[in-house]
Design a protein around this ligand. Structure first.
Ligand code: 5GP
Length: 181
């Protein structure tokens, strides 16, 4: 385990197993749909969207959107801004937003409303992690990997100041790592 990690919350195997289950659920729900468009929210969802896409049986198109994040802080500012928009016209498409973690829910509430205005045939949300204690915005997560406690986590795509994304597991960052900055 990395020295900056207090403890491992989800081992890589647990994540992989759950991602496969989510893919099966999505495959079942979209059995009549020829092609799905997965929209990954950069950068935290990268590992998740790749593993999810690999487990899906149907045609999958990928696109990415980047929105303003916390920067180097560990709490949201509540202000959401599109930094990089989609390359695809999503009107008439079956879209699934793929997000790493839902905390206050502000990011997803904004994204959902933003993409809904572009008239997709359907729009659902798939998130790997949920911290329900912290929710302030009203968002429905259609496909959820895991509920987690209110701790700041990194790994499997999730970062702190661009570090730790490459860890294969999801772990709780030692508070002294971010307090020390
Ligand atoms: P929300 O808008 O729901 O408060 O925040 C969602 C975003 O905050 C996520 O996409 C993620 O970028 C970031 N975030 C929230 N909690 C954590 C966490 O525990 N670890 C990391 N690395 N990012 C988090």
């Amino acid at each position: 385990m990395h020295q900056d990690i207090a403890y491992v919350l989800l081992e890589h195997d647990q994540i992989t197993t759950r991602v496969r289950e989510l893919a099966q659920q999505i495959d079942r729900d979209y059995a009549d749909v020829d092609e799905l468009l997965l929209v990954g929210v950069l950068k935290g969802s990268i590992m998740f969207i790749v593993d999810l896409a690999r487990s899906l049986q149907r045609h999958v198109a990928l696109d990415f959107i980047a929105i303003s994040s916390y920067g180097q802080a560990t709490e949201t500012s509540g202000v959401v801004r599109v930094l990089k928009d989609l390359e695809t016209d999503i009107s008439g498409r079956h879209v699934v937003i793929v997000e790493d973690i839902v905390d206050s829910g502000l990011t997803l509430a904004y994204l959902r409303a933003n993409l809904q205005r572009r008239n997709p045939a359907s729009l659902r949300i798939c998130a790997l992690l949920d911290k329900p204690e912290r929710r302030t915005a009203d968002v429905v997560i259609d496909y959820l990997g895991f509920h987690i406690p209110n701790e700041f986590v990194v790994g499997y795509g999730l970062d702190y100041a661009e570090r730790y994304r490459n860890l294969p597991y999801i772990g709780v960052l030692r508070p002294e790592v971010y307090r020390g900055r």
